[in-house]
Structures are given as structure tokens and as C-alpha cells.
Design a protein around this ligand. Structure first.
Ligand SMILES: C[S@@+](CC[C@H](N)C(=O)[O-])C[C@H]1O[C@@H](n2cnc3c(N)ncnc32)[C@H](O)[C@@H]1O
Length: 390
């Protein structure tokens, strides 16, 4: 989609974006470039200016995109089915939600869990100071009686805990490197500033990027043609280790749009998976008003499974969001629905369609469960096992 048909941001927000662009330009190296990963990191998280740090209204109908928890409570009610099963095994347990957005999932999940099955602590690890405030307000309004068990962490837990980690649409919001196959090998895709705007620039890939791309190529047996571009996250294993290393027993659930590696790096997917969201329009212009739009890349689930191995976590399951939610009991929730409930029958049916249809969130969103110390089948993964595709 061309930027010409994207809605024009209001003047005061353009000023915010100009300030962020100035900060980004100050980071350009002596060769006039920064890696794309630095651009993405600043565009999303530069304090006070980045998309997730600047107090913009991002999620939900009036924002830029709608996530599964923002559709309504059905997603949380399904997750409660999986969490309850684990609660029965673990006894007392915590939930750690990473990247909690508006706080809606936290409130709806705490509400959906039966009182005896609720976590001792619902901990939130949220990078954005602005979103932490939004989460607190949402939880204080919707679950005031349960607020005392919610706490915000400044960094991943530093002492042992058991329970469930949930990260919905977080991996896709982590900054990634871009690479291009050049005439003489792998190149690092960078960003420069020319004629008053950001643009693409290229240089030889640093060793770590070259090796990572080499690993992908040998694993997929794809020979990338000259000009092929894609993304790669060089820090998945470190990040995963940081958020799970103190989980002594439990399950980490990652829900995001993504592919197994063979599909992610298909020879005909020649321009990668970057996607931007602005006012409910998905497009690929990453330089459109930095800081005012979301920038995401799809998740390489094979890389997540490799990272899990590195972190001594077991891949307990990998499936589509549709099959995960059905396994968790989505159909039972729908059939037992009270039409007079707040989430009335029609609203629930609409959510169910959005969450499960292949053309909507049902298949492009996938779920991976990484466990430690678990020895039981998990209901979310009982209907479909896609681990063979990793
Ligand atoms: C696309 S939003 C998803 C929000 C929410 N999970 C949902 O589904 O509505 C990404 C969230 O992850 C947070 N985030 C990104 N990187 C993070 C990190 N390294 N640690 C914690 N939170 C992070 C963002 O601030 C934001 O809350």
C-alpha cells in the first residue's frame, strides 16, 4: 500500500515524529548508516518518542490494530482452560505476562479463572512505561478486587517461580536485523538519510549476521538468489533465556503470527515479512512517520524452538491459534454461553470467527508452548501437532 492512501497524521504527532527522526539521524555512523534493527528499535521504543513509549492510543478499535485479547473476553476465557489444567498440576503458581498491552488479557484472564484456580501473583513485565499506566488503570477499573495480586516487574524475575508465562504478539514486536543477498555474499540492510528522508542502504554483513543467515540457508537448503531480502532475530535465545531462566516448572506460551522456518524463508518470499500498521491499514512502508505506526516482523518458530533447546526448555506443542483455542475449549464456551451475559451470543460468535477463521487470525497466528519440568499432555495442543514442520 502506498503512503499516499494512508491517513495523514495530525500536526502535533508529526512534530513528535520529526523529533524522533532527529534522534535516529544522530545515531547514523560515519558511513551515514544504521542497521535496520537500530531503526526499528528506536521507532518502537525510543523513550518518550517511540511507538510503544509515547503515550499514543495504539491498540483496539480506536488505535492502529486489534489483537486477540482486544476483540473481547473469549481469547482469555480459552486461555483460562489451559491455565486451569496447569494449576491443577502445579498447585500454587504465578502468571507472568510479558508485554501486556492495554491490560485487557490480564483482567479477563483473572476474571475467567475460578477463584480457587487463580494465580498467587499475576506479574506483568512491560517495557513501555506508558502502557504500564494504561494497564494499571484498566485493571483497577475492571478487577479492583484482584488488583492486590497484580505486580509490575522492572526486569525478568530474579528468583525461582513456577507457573505460566504468556506472551501474545510480543515476539513480533522485537527489533530484527534485515539482510540481503548481495553479489559477494550476505549484506546487512541499513537505513540512511538522503534528500530529507530515510531510505535503504547496504553494507557487508557483520560476522554474527552472516553466520546466522548461513545457518538458516543450510537448515532450509534454500539457495537465496541475489537480491533476496528477509529478517532474522539474532537475540531470540538471549531474550528467551532472560524471561524463562527462573521458571523452575511451568509453561511459556508464545502466540504470534509466524511460520516454521522452511516457510518463512521460502525462495519466493523475496522481501521478507515486515509489516506496518497505521489506523487499521496494514502496509509495508517502514519509513512512514517513524514513531507513529507499529512495525512488526513475523516469527520464525523454528528459531524459537532452537532457542528453547538452548534454554533447556521442551517444545511441548506447536499448533495454529484456531486449533489451540478449540483444544482449550472454545466450542464448549460457545455452547454454554448465556445469551444475556455481557459478552452476548452474537458478540462471542463474532470473536470466535475472528480468532479461528484461516483468513483472519486462525492460521497465521500460531501457538508454541515451551515447558520445563512438565510431564503431561496439554489440552491446547491435543487437537493438532505441527512440531514435525519445525
Ligand atoms: C503488539 S503489543 C501486544 C500487547 C498485548 N499482548 C496484546 O496482545 O494486546 C506488544 C507489547 O509488548 C511490549 N513489549 C515489547 N517488547 C517487550 C519486552 N522486551 N519486554 C516486555 N514487553 C515488551 C510492548 O510494549 C507491548 O505492550
Amino acid at each position: 500500500m502506498s503512503r499516499n492512501i494512508l491517513p495523514e497524521p495530525p500536526e502535533e504527532l508529526k512534530q513528535l515524529s520529526h523529533t524522533l527522526a532527529k534522534h535516529i539521524r544522530e545515531k547514523l555512523g560515519t558511513d551515514g548508516m544504521i542497521p535496520f534493527s537500530t531503526f526499528m528499535e528506536m521507532a518502537l521504543y525510543e523513550p518518550g518518542l517511540g511507538y510503544y513509549s509515547a503515550g499514543l492510543h495504539k491498540l483496539g478499535e480506536s488505535g492502529d490494530f486489534v489483537t486477540a485479547p482486544e476483540l473481547g473476553s473469549l481469547f482469555a476465557r480459552c486461555l483460562a482452560g489451559q491455565v486451569t489444567e496447569l494449576a491443577e498440576t502445579l498447585g500454587s503458581y504465578d502468571i507472568l505476562e510479558v508485554g501486556a498491552g492495554s491490560g485487557r488479557l490480564a483482567a479477563d484472564l483473572l476474571t475467567a479463572l475460578e477463584p480457587g484456580k487463580r494465580p498467587t501473583r499475576y506479574r506483568i513485565l512491560e517495557r513501555s512505561a506508558d502502557l504500564r499506566e494504561v494497564q494499571l488503570e484498566h485493571l483497577a477499573t475492571h478487577v479492583p478486587d484482584l488488583l492486590d495480586r497484580v505486580e509490575w516487574l522492572d526486569h525478568p524475575p530474579e528468583s525461582g517461580w513456577q507457573g505460566v508465562l504468556i506472551a501474545n504478539e510480543v515476539l513480533d514486536a522485537l527489533a530484527v536485523e534485515r539482510f540481503r543477498m548481495g553479489k559477494h555474499g550476505v549484506e546487512q540492510v541499513c537505513v540512511n538519510w538522503e534528500s530529507g528522508r530515510f531510505g535503504w542502504a547496504f553494507r557487508d554483513a557483520p560476522a554474527a549476521l552472516g553466520q546466522a543467515v548461513g545457518h538458516v540457508a543450510s537448515d532450509t537448503k534454500v539457495e537465496f538468489a541475489e537480491g533476496y531480502r528477509s529478517e532474522i532475530n539474532l537475540h531470540t535465545a538471549d531474550w528467551l533465556d532472560a524471561v524463562t531462566c527462573m521458571m523452575t516448572r511451568g509453561l511459556a506460551l508464545f502466540i504470534d503470527y509466524g511460520y516454521p522456518r522452511g516457510e518463512y524463508y521460502r525462495h519466493d518470499r523475496t522481501d521478507g515479512t515486515l509489516m506496518c500498521h497505521y489506523r487499521h491499514q496494514a502496509h509495508d512502508d517502514v519509513f512512514f512517520w517513524p514513531g507513529l505506526q507499529d512495525i512488526t516482523s513475523w516469527v520464525d518458530y523454528t528459531a524459537l524452538a532452537e532457542a528453547a533447546d538452548h534454554c533447556l526448555l521442551e517444545v511441548e506443542g506447536y499448533t495454529s491459534q484456531c486449533m489451540f483455542l478449540l483444544g482449550c475449549g472454545l466450542d464448549t464456551i460457545l455452547s454454554g454461553n448465556n445469551l444475556n451475559s455481557e459478552d452476548g451470543g452474537l458478540a462471542l460468535a463474532t470473536q470466535a470467527r475472528h480468532l479461528t477463521l484461516p483468513g483472519m487470525m486462525g492460521e497465521k497466528f500460531q501457538v508454541m508452548g515451551l515447558g520445563r519440568g512438565l510431564d503431561q499432555p496439554l489440552r491446547g495442543f491435543r487437537l493438532q501437532d505441527l512440531r514435525y514442520r519445525l
